[in-house]
Design a protein around this ligand. Sequence first.
Ligand code: SAM
Length: 217
Amino acid sequence: SDHQLEYPSHPSAMDWSSHYPNYATTNKKIEFADIGCGYGGLMIALAPLFPDTLMMGMEIRMKVQDYVYQRIKALRDTNDPHHYQNVSIMRMNAMKFLPNFFEKGQLSKLFFLFPDPHFKQRKHKARIISPTLLAEYAYALKVGGILYTITDVKDLHLWMVKHLDNHPLFERIPDEECEQDPVTEHVRTATEEGKKVERNQGDKFLACYRRIEDPLA
Ligand code: SAM
């Protein structure tokens, strides 16, 4: 349950300096968010590739968050002092409080990697991609920003594609173009769930979308 979760009333009320102490005196904002990041493999793979980009893993399970926190701390302690300073983890329920954390158009990448499938019809409302939540993701993403989804569950893939295709603020990026994106290989392979799917020789269904200009604005 998330009733003890603390969240700011507005993004400006959030103090990020404990997450990114090296950036405390800059005005830098988080640009990448990994929703339901699990054990943090994606953010940790991307941190050295985008050393000047602040990135945040968001995870609802306290134990998993603690683990990722320790993992990042260890990486910061054992590497050059400026390494892994741009990556952090926070515990939050992304289905509830996302707009409290991010301003309009703040993010350039949003990741949904191997989200919980919630197979049963009556559980579909618990899925992390839905028309209501897509409005929040569109709000947080800047025009031109990219939303990445990947799953081994075909039914969930089709569900995510259906809702994203139907949303006026997202446009699917052709698969050939996704393959040119240097981030894509990490989306496929960097997370713990992605590695598990690989061990089990499961399928991986990728779909990436660009946040487009509001056609009515
Ligand atoms: N993305 C990771 C990976 O690829 O290894 C984890 C995948 S795991 C199947 C789904 C994760 O989403 C779990 O760690 C779960 O705790 C988290 N999660 C589920 N609902 C969430 C929510 N509402 N807010 C934040 N995290 C959530």
